[in-house]
Design a protein around this ligand. Structure first.
Ligand code: ADP
Ligand code: MG
Length: 665
């Protein structure tokens, strides 16, 4: 039998075939690993009293009284009615679905499916659908030219060939030891679940494979970079470095520095992640490493994700390190030819001990005299391959230190940064005023604007973050512009307001940010682009519109833009109070936030938002144990590599790109 091709499937012509290819689907087997993004579980209903905010629920009951319609403004009408099970009541709200006036008549017995949301202080179902089909119904993400239903149809066809398409990848021992189900069964169940329990087992198996493959790849790469520059850090060196600092190192900083010292002394190449909240003092730790390297005759390259950040680093580096005779220099993309030439000479001759820059640091033409350490600030902008490329420039493998202000719970850090050792700094250096965070209900919006005006009149500055732009909605630029218009014509009239957003051209972006940091503008209307790399100590307020739509970790990152000066800072969250916003008000500790975020969303979603492009963990369970199991299994596989050659090579193949793509948002 010749192999069945995608083009053999009913409904697949040239146009759709192209779309599938563009979506990374080339074979029927690829199609079978296009898993549903969600499921609609209408197999069971739950009592109304069990309905919790955020859950997707299937409920049954009777419509209590005739629905009412409200015409709010042109283009917006709202139908309201109430569902009851005889004891409890659940409000139903439909936006722009006037036909429900007839559909949801009083006394109708009905089964509904939808998401329970908080609306004006109570739990409601917004736009729930009437359930026709009971069961666990998969939902596929549409791709261009191929809608959800078509996707379902072609997957249905592919499932007929599952026996020849899916080959078991794990040995019987592994399957048994970790209580997994066979791959074929898992794939079938994931697409066509017969019950909630079997779907869970199926997801568990697929998640296990995902993590296992990834961990195998990570462990494999890690094993390669063994030998490193050995140097010993003396007490004198430690004391000398401490003496350079205008402050006393905190316990957390000392601990992190001693982790690095141990790595330097080990003779193996360091691969360390230093994670700590914004402002926790990672720079002082990183510069200790620079100092030790310099003393031992080696150079350090420090890569920043943006030029703005590179400039900030060079400033503080010069202030701190040059008095100790450590020359620091800058190498960035847009330099004048003459400056660049000079910079390259200083790097090659070893005159510069610390080179700070952006991607330009890894361009082919940069040669170092003796590169001993590579530091990347804000890891998320650098793939492993880039790190490797930079490492390749050195004669022996340089040490690598990765700084990250995106705190990740330890267990997950092991998954994501499987190739890195992790040093964690909790808490802040002394003398810092924690940012005060408040949820601002609609009826307090006016007061907030008054507060903002007062702050601005005292020379303080304000970030104003616009709502997230949903895919099909409208462009980011438009949403920022609208917010700008609303504010400058209304509540913040007369103030100097600037705007910036991700897709803005580089020059305007630079200007918007410099105007704001110079105080030419007092309010900066922005999208989440301000997350990275802007440091304006005079900014004391950050307003986040529709905060209830942001993820917890992202809110925390945004909040980190303020609280950098001596004055009290504020974070105002507009939106309905929910668990996430409440957590924001309770703590300023990034690790607590990350743990809470993980608890609310589960590892699957948590990781899901942490990467761009290809989805590495397309299916995950909320099961932390599983992650540990898969890790242990990966260790077994790597140690007994002979027995698992095929598994290892497919893991490497699968993750050679994904490994490069792991990025934090
Ligand atoms: P981040 O971890 O965000 O990179 P920085 O290294 O930029 O944080 O430090 C934030 C601020 O805290 C800087 O102004 C720095 O000088 C200051 N700082 C760092 N360590 C200490 C300390 N031990 N005591 C007092 N201030 C410190
Ligand atoms: Mg920093």
């Amino acid at each position: 039998m010749s192999e069945v091709k995608l083009s053999d499937l009913k409904g697949i012509g040239v146009k759709r075939l192209n779309s599938l290819n563009e979506g990374g689907i080339y074979t029927l087997a690829d199609l079978l690993s296009y898993y549903p993004v969600s499921y609609k579980d209408t197999s069971k209903t739950i009592p109304l009293s069990y309905v919790k905010e955020g859950d997707f629920v299937c409920v049954e009951g009777i419509i209590l009284s005739s629905p009412k319609i409200q015409y709010v403004r042109s283009g917006l009408n709202i139908v309201r009615c109430t569902l009851t099970d005889g004891v409890y009541k659940l409000p139903l709200i439909y936006f722009n679905q006037p036909w429900n006036m007839k559909n949801l008549y009083q006394g109708r017995e009905i089964t509904l499916y939808g998401r329970a949301s908080m609306y004006k202080g109570s739990i409601v179902l917004i736009n729930p659908e009437v359930v026709q089909e009971r069961g666990i119904i998969p939902h596929y993400k549409a791709i261009e030219n191929i809608g959800t239903k078509t996707m379902e149809g072609i997957i249905e066809q592919a499932l007929k060939y599952i026996d020849s398409l899916i080959v078991e990848t794990l040995t019987d021992e592994i399957i048994e030891e970790y209580s997994l189900i066979p791959l074929k069964e898992a794939v079938r169940q994931v697409h066509r679940p017969t019950s909630g329990e079997s779907l869970n087992l199926a997801k568990r198996r697929i998640a296990f494979d995902n993590i296992l493959y990834y961990q195998i790849a990570v462990m494999h790469f890690r094993r390669r970079s063994d030998e490193g520059i050995k140097l010993s850090v003396t007490d004198t060196m430690q004391e000398e470095y401490s003496a350079l600092l205008p402050f006393k190192l905190t316990e957390a900083q000392n601990k992190a520095i001693s982790d690095i010292e141990k790595d330097f002394e080990s003779g193996k190449a360091m691969n360390r992640l230093l994670q700590g909240d914004v402002g926790s003092g990672k720079t002082a730790v990183a510069f200790a490493a620079v100092y030790y390297m310099h003393k031992a005759g080696y150079q350090t390259a420090l890569m920043a994700p943006t030029e703005t950040l590179a400039y900030q680093h060079i400033e503080s580096a010069k202030k701190l390190l040059e008095p100790a005779g450590i020359k620091c220099g800058l190498l960035i993309g847009g330099m004048k030819a003459a400056d660049r030439k000079k910079a390259l000479e200083c790097i090659l001759s070893g005159e510069w001990s610390l080179v700070i820059g952006t991607h330009a640091l890894i361009s082919e033409s940069v040669e170092y005299k003796a590169l001993g350490l590579v530091i990347t600030d804000e890891q998320h902008r650098f793939g492993v391959r880039q790190r490797k490329r930079l490492s390749d420039k050195a004669e022996s493998v340089p040490h690598v230190l990765v700084l990250s202000a995106t705190p990740i719970p330890r267990t997950l850090a092991l998954v994501i940064y499987g190739d890195l050792d992790v040093s964690t700094m909790r808490g802040m250096p002394p003398g810092r005023l924690p940012v005060k965070t408040r949820i601002v209900p609609e009826n307090k919006r006016k007061d907030m604007y008054t507060f903002i005006r007062q702050a601005v009149s005292k020379g303080e500055r304000v970030y104003y973050i616009c709502p997230l732009v949903e895919e099909s909605d409208k462009t980011e630029a438009k949403s920022v512009q609208e917010m700008y218009d609303t504010l400058s014509k209304g509540a913040l009239r007369g103030l100097n307001i600037g705007i910036t957003y991700g897709t803005q051209n580089a020059e305007d972006k630079k200007k918007a940010i410099s105007d704001f940091s110079l105080g030419k503008t007092s309010v900066l209307v922005a999208t989440t682009v301000v997350e990275v790399g802007i440091d304006v100590p005079q900014a004391t307020i950050i307003v986040i519109e529709n905060a209830d739509r942001f993820g917890l970790s992202q809110l925390h990152q945004l909040r980190g833009r303020v609280g950098r000066g001596k004055k009290q800072s504020w974070c105002f969250l507009l939106g309905e109070r929910n668990e996430r916003l409440a957590a924001m008000c309770e703590t300023n500790d990034g690790f607590e936030i990350a743990e809470k975020d993980l608890e609310i969303r589960g590892p699957g979603e948590f990781l899901g938002t942490m990467q761009h492009g290809k989805s590495t963990f397309s299916i995950m369970t909320g099961d932390m144990r599983l992650i540990e199991d898969a890790q242990n299994c990966a260790k077994q596989v790597i140690l007994g590599s002979k027995k698992h050659e095929e598994l290892i090579s497919s893991a490497l193949e699968k993750y050679s790109y994904a490994y490069d793509n792991i990025a934090l948002n």
